[in-house]
Design a binder for this molecule. Structure first.
Ligand code: IPE
Ligand code: IPE
Ligand code: MG
Length: 246
């Protein structure tokens, strides 16, 4: 199916977030090591990054490694970190050519030095690009993020920089790792799992959720377009009645 031509360019989600899941099961099905699944997953990353920027999506956020993923076997964690470094090295050219700005959210201090350095370099080099912002969620957990926000705001209250009365949703937004991003309009999870796994809990308050059965390494541009097409055929009511919208 060709979903690209069915997409209405005037009703694109401003911010798409993806839980890229199923690398391990993809590998297992083929009798391969889990690491192979992660490696093949990088092709799907390239597909959705290109696919999203091609049609004019402004913000794409990919869940690449959760705070909970640190609990996987050390060998797998090491593989994922190495893959992060090599992908960044390889993809910087594509990001530059496509005018894409790289951003990262999460507890980045926990990443290995090499990964942190590589990330910093690509973020700096692509800092002036403005076609699309690609955000990688790395060592990211929404509960960790919210805890971090509470600590920061509490410090400010203690120092008299802000009053308790002045704390509202916009103050909280400004302290989140996603402070420069709009709310998520469309959240996609692949591999058939239907859960959030500690991803962007605050930011998806009114996102449309879309679950795909496809395992991440098999995910392609048209699968993303299908999700966007599906999104465009929903009615987002934000608490109102259908009649109020028309
Ligand atoms: C997603 O694939 C990649 C990461 C979480 C890093 P998984 O590795 O979770 O794959 P499954 O869920 O075991 O199939
Ligand atoms: C969520 O996938 C994290 C990422 C995609 C990076 P997991 O595969 O780790 O999620 P759970 O633990 O099965 O919920
Ligand atoms: Mg998984």
């Amino acid at each position: 199916m060709n979903f690209k031509e069915k997409i209405n360019p005037n009703n694109l989600p401003q911010h798409i977030a993806i839980i890229m899941d199923g690398n391990g099961r993809w590998a297992k099905k083929k009798g391969l090591m889990r690491a192979m699944g992660h490696e093949k997953g990088t092709k799907a990353v390239r597909e959705v990054v290109e696919g999203a920027s091609e049609i004019g999506v402004k913000n794409l956020t990919l869940y690449a490694f959760s705070t909970e993923n640190w609990n996987r076997p050390k060998l797998e964690v090491d593989t994922l970190m190495k893959l992060l470094v090599s992908s960044l090295k390889k993809e910087i050219k594509t990001l530059e050519e496509n005018n894409i700005k790289l951003n990262a959210i999460g507890c980045l201090d926990n990443l290995p030095t090499k990964a942190r350095a590589e990330l910093k370099e690509v973020i700096e080099k692509t800092g002036n690009n403005n076609r699309m912002t690609l955000t990688l969620a790395l060592s990211y957990g929404s509960r960790e993020e919210i805890t971090h926000v509470i600590k920061e705001i509490s410090e400010k209250v203690k120092n008299g920089e802000i009053s308790v009365k002045a704390i509202d949703e916009s103050v909280i937004n400004k302290h989140l790792y996603t402070r420069n991003l709009p709310n998520v309009d469309l959240l996609i999870r692949t591999s058939g799992e239907q859960r959030i796994s500690n991803f962007l809990l605050w930011q998806i308050a009114y996102a449309e959720l879309y679950f795909s059965e496809i395992l991440w390494p098999d995910y392609r541009k048209d699968d993303l377009y299908e999700a966007i097409f599906n999104y465009q055929n929903r009615e987002r009511r934000f608490g109102k009645t259908s009649e109020q919208l028309s």
